[in-house]
Ligand binder design. Structure first.
Ligand SMILES: [Zn+2]
Length: 271
């Protein structure tokens, strides 16, 4: 099986991947509290796992290389529970912008920013908006949980989707880092089943709140019936969705340009 992890390759092997127009997966995640039973690296570890599995699935169609995970994400809302590292939006944007520029300078043109942390989602989209006009690459931002959608959620029994330190994340960590999951009392941990509502106000408005507004122990969801089998199925669903995204030519196609010759007798400027 071809190596897909950037940091395990020699420089000339990475140059050859750029020459072959490989897709780069740039995973972004977090280091933050994940309840009393999961390690702080949960999002970073799962982001790595899903990205590497996706790359292996897609690399029969097109070469793919996965960079190390950008672990420094936006986790201000988890700070009340400790164990959490966070950076400012400006730092996050600058870091991803610099890494994208480094990829483009050595010839990569199709970059998938693969996110595994809910707190990064809005910023990821903003960063794609901001960089796309000038970076010289096609940027696609994906969060595996939402990209996989129902294919992933159907493996859950006690939740509608992935929450935090929950049925899904606990199951996946049982696969990836079994020695770091404390399964001794999962039945007592369920909290915050209302999930994303902690960031809502009114009928359809947004209000920032800390995660402590919905949970006493840092968990949001029900980890009680987490299993290795469930974790494996969820990881495969997430990786399959990212692989399908990578292999779909429409993901990377040049956007249509439907402009005519001009209006009012004045031509449009070429981009
Ligand atoms: Zn998480």
């Amino acid at each position: 099986m071809a190596e897909v992890e950037w940091q395990r390759l020699k420089a000339q092997e990475v140059r050859a991947l750029a020459e072959a127009n490989a897709v780069v997966i740039l995973p972004i995640a977090s280091i933050e509290q994940h309840g009393p039973h999961l390690p702080t690296m949960t999002d970073t570890r799962l982001g790595h796992e899903v990205a590497v599995r996706a790359a292996r699935k897609a690399s029969g169609t097109r070469p793919v290389v996965v960079t190390p995970v950008v672990w420094s994400g936006l986790s201000e809302h988890h700070m009340p529970f400790g164990g959490t590292l966070t950076v400012s939006h400006a730092t996050f944007r600058a870091l991803i912008g610099d890494l994208v520029a480094a990829l483009v300078r050595q010839g990569f043109r199709d970059i998938l920013i693969s996110n595994s942390h809910g707190g990064n989602m809005i910023a990821m989209q903003q960063i794609c908006d901001e960089l796309s006009a000038s970076c010289g690459a096609t940027l696609v931002g994906a969060t595996y949980v939402t990209e996989a959608g129902e294919d992933l959620a159907r493996h859950l029994e006690d939740q509608k989707g992935v929450m935090h330190a929950c049925e899904a994340e606990t199951s996946m960590m049982m696969v990836c880092e079994p020695g770091l999951v404390d399964s001794s009392d999962l039945a007592s941990l369920t909290q915050g089943m209302e999930g994303g509502r902690f960031l809502a106000a009114g009928k359809a408005s947004y209000r920032w709140r800390p995660f402590a507004a919905i949970t006493a122990n840092g968990v949001a969801g029900n980890p009680t019936r987490s299993t290795v089998q469930k974790g494996e199925a969820i990881l495969e669903a997430g990786a399959g969705a990212l692989a399908a995204l990578i292999m779909d030519e429409a993901t990377w196609a040049v956007p249509a340009d439907l402009r005519g010759a001009g209006t009012g007798g004045v031509a449009f400027r070429s981009r």
